[in-house]
Design a protein around this ligand. Sequence first.
Ligand code: GLV
Ligand code: MN
Ligand code: MN
Length: 402
Amino acid sequence: MTAPAAFDALGLLREIEGIGRDPRRGGYSRHVFDDAERTLRDWFVERATRLGLGVETDRNGNLWAWWGEPGPDAIVTGSHLDSVPGGGAHDGPLGVVSALDAVARLKGEGFAPARPLAIVVFAEEEGSRFGIACLGSRLLSGEIDPARAGALRDATGRSFADAARDAGLASFGRDDEALSRIGVFVELHVEQGKGLIDLDAPVAVASSILEHGRWRVDVRGQGNHAGTTEIADRRDPMLPAAAAITAARRAASRRSGARATIGRLEPIPGGTNVIASRVAAWMDVRASSEADTRAIVEEVAAEVAEAAAAEGCEASVVEESYSAEVRFDPVLRDRLAAALGGVPVLPTGAGHDAGVLSAHVPTAMLFVRNPSGVSHAPEEGADDAAVAAGVDALAQSIRELS
Ligand code: GLV
Ligand code: MN
Ligand code: MN
């Protein structure tokens, strides 16, 4: 039986396709507590309520839509509605709309879950506004000190504490009650690579997430005039920043399966005819071991220090977040893969709230084929057949776990 049209995953994605479009970057910019993300939250509350679910917001700004009484030992599914700057339409929303579709379908079938069930929407999964990914699930599970979270600042200098207060969160931090309600968490997500294209399959179960973290590289020099300052007299922080970019590529290339990226660079003041006075660069490093991850960061830091000394600049490299490798619960992984007819099992290099929760509760992920293999960019996609297969797989997973 298919879900009522109002809860068809593709139809739900169409409903939100106009929200948070970014005309400058392309794709979507939906950042926690901004207008677009609040519109999406309201949309989710309306849709979940229409489905007969009871919606509440926890102390960390995560939304929970309950089928039946909240917890304990609940089956929880869901994802996030925020995006990276200029992101695609599916990273996050696909997990949310598929959950609504799967629950609508189960309700339509007259299915009565033997355990409570919730659809969750986690806050600030991408860390695009406050810099730390999976902030909602990290706060909930006590993986980040609330004082540290509160002091995080967005690009305008506004603190998370202030933004959270404006969003109606009186206090935030570890939420043992919310955590204790989760018996099992299954996050459906668009695949962010080509694994399912290569395997010619629509759906997979996740095995692991690469070790990953973020570092901030700061270089300070002397702001000056681009036309009048002799090359020999310059202390240009852009040169050590450029060294960081090439060093990151070199260091990652030397280690199998490793990745290092500088995708965000902020020269201050940022004028064409101005030698910058300082530059901030954010580096994302992922590898298959902590030793490799740390070695990459150390190599980059050493090259930046050398380039900074040569240019008369000062440099520092500071860790902003770190997540150990995740290996999803092998019993749950194999149980779901079997219940779904022996679908493939794939690793990923992308971080997820499921990765954070996996240290606390049995957790699994379902990946849905992305025909472009591209993610965190407007070209991200999910073909209709794969979306339908993903909803089937999620509904079947809920039946299996109930
Ligand atoms: C989130 O998508 C990440 O992997 O950074
Ligand atoms: Mn993402
Ligand atoms: Mn995501």
